[in-house]
Write a protein of this length. Sequence first.
Lengths: 323, 542
Amino acid sequence: MSAFVRLDGVRKQWSHTVAVGPLSLEIPRGEILVLLGPSGSGKTTVLRLLGGFETPDAGRIEVAGEDVTAVPPARRRCGMVFQHYALFPHLDVGENVAFGLPERGTSDPKVAEVLALVGLAGFERRRVQELSGGQQQRVALARALAPEPRVLLLDEPLSNLDPSLRERTRRELRALIKRVGITTMFVTHEQEEAFDLGDRVAVLHAGRLEQLATADELYEHPATLFVATFVGRANVLRGKTAQVFGAGPGQVLVVRPERLALADAGVPGVVRERRYTGAAAFYLVETELGDRLEVLARPEAARVGDRVYLEAVRVLAFPEERA
Amino acid sequence: MSARLGLAARAAFTLLLVWLVLYPILIVVRDAAEPDALAAFVSRPGEWRVLWASVWISVASVALAAAIGVPLAFLFEWLEFPGRKTLGSLIALPAVLPPFVGVIAFLFLYGESGFVARAIQRLFGLAQPPWRLQGAAAILLVHAYSMYVYFYLFTRAGLAKLDASLLEAAQALGAGRWETLRRVTLPLLRPSLTGAALLVFMTAVGSFSAPYVFGGGFRVMTTQIVATKLNGELPLAMVETVALALVAVLGFALLRRTEGDDILTALGKGTAPRRRPIRRAGVRTFATTAGWVLAVVLLLPHLTLVLVSLVPYGTWTTETLPPVLSLVNYQRLFSEAERLRPLVNSVWMAAASTVAAVALALGAGMLVGRRRPWQFRGPIELLLALPWALPGTVFALALLTTFSKHDPLMLRWVLVGTTVLLPLAYLVRNLPVTGRAVLAGYRQLDPALDEAAASLGAGRWATFRRVTLPLLKPALAAGGSLAFVAALGDFVTSIVLYTPDNRPISIEIMSSLRVSELGVAAGFGVILMVLSAAVLGVGVRR
């Protein structure tokens, strides 16, 4: 697969202690790449570097084979949807969408076309303040797509929506991006959103790229301890408990709740809490060594106060990191 | 713009402001450091008395303005009674009277031959007018009338931002009404109250019109400086100027320190408490009546001006009310080109200085307005605000001295006697108003809007023209109209710097008064008042 977007050894130093990169990654044409990481991990910086809003201290950024490292955002042809949408409050919907078009007229057929694309046909004359959050987000998307950019950048565009709306919106968003076929970089701190939206997910931590892979790969074969704990629920075991579950010296174990089973024999413990979710229940089991492990099992598997035995179906082992 | 070019632009802009704002002051300070003048200042007890008068008049003005403005604000913000809305906006009316016009309105109304004095004299058959409107009391009366508005408006704004749940929380914790007021409401209002106190103090320290007209033998530093200058003792006038500047800056610093952060905005928005209707019918009637009486009292100066402007020359002698009313003053004003000159002068000077002050403020906004740690940001903001901390007389004297000498190498040219100096002074004096408005406007702009425009292909200039400027329009209009009105009605700097070729309205009013052409003076006052109200009405809309 040939790279449409290429970041090569890109680095941005904010202060002595805070830096992003050096970081290299490639996005093939038409792919949706999600940057996932906690706040402060540098994911927004990477997005802004690609958009041209920040200049890297080192490294090279290419779009469609062209070196754009020094190209200002106005000539980079990257459409961007901002976290708070950044709709121009003095312009109506149509004028916002037409802003980036060469003719700028709201009569440009492109305006109606992209508004129809996001499901807001006929909204041209509406004031942006009158729109709901979801509608504002779609206007921002239409505005970014109207000038037919080469790359679409989205900076946590769903974080301002209601949780109920968010899930539906991200499915619609993915379908729409795929219909347009535009190469996309999407930033989020929510793992579920990343898995739903992205073709591939890049996990960032402290300015470094930890792993870039598909969702399944990240979950089943995390490359680092950080990825294992940040993506999905995880019990982290150290020391004696880890050894009980088969860890070698200097190893940390990660066990997913669904990979632990309440069995007839194994590591003994007492159920301290039970959280019922319908199809299953989470059990918080305290072992004799004082560790508290989360176990996913059938709803009627145990009650609070029961003595149980834990068996690990599959564990992930990582070398102990020096802090 | 490359980083180096931006840095150079900011440095150049800072230097321009230094030359415009700081340099004249430094020259005054240097000229004041003359041993003879210093000795004269220190040894004459009169000087110290005058300086002390400036201080205590200002402090008393703050106290009086607060005593009137704060209770009124609570009344109008918290209680509901018939006529509250209309009265609430009427009550800000003193704001549209330029200081000097307000002063002559008081003269016509409460002066020894004003309406009120005449009425009382007639009523009781007195041989003499019942009082003379003179001295400290007269000054304080005018100050209280024109400055309580600051406390009123600031306190109302603070109360409107107050979250009702905070007061309810205090009550739920067992605090009674007074305790809530003392322990919650007033501490939360502190920034508003000190902000208003700051404004009143600065205005009172620099107040010139009221002491000039009503002072009589009682002098404050502003009038003393002008008198010393007229006496030809220029070095002593410089020392007095520096002394006044020190008092102003000291007061500014002291009040600024107690102002504190705006904790209310930091906490986020809540809903203001609901207005309580006054239940008891008697009290409600009383409140309403008192409110309307107050409104009439506040409106009387405006009405007086209008009435006096309709009095033809020489027709009003001993009667309580003028016997003849006609539009002859206005007719003459608009038919004789020479009589209209002052109006034309004031309008062009105010317009030119406003345009320049807005342009400079916009320049500052472009260079350091964004929320980023720019180099030179602090100095530029400080220089823009500096004229606000110094009385108008100080700047008038400073510009007069600086531009009375030809020394291009020291960046000094002779501007005294030309028509440029006065508008230049208006410009400097108005920098804080436009600067504050524009910088605040810039700070409210979402930086993401700029980036959005850039990502849509708009360059720097296109972004400024298509996004920044339209969004700044309200701030520009507000700052510009406030500056225009201030320049239009200015008296303090005008009296020091005007030339026969650019006599502004306020000077014309003064000379009309001197030759007892009361009608003409009042007519100009009315024109100023109407123009100011119109400009403010258009410019300062929410």
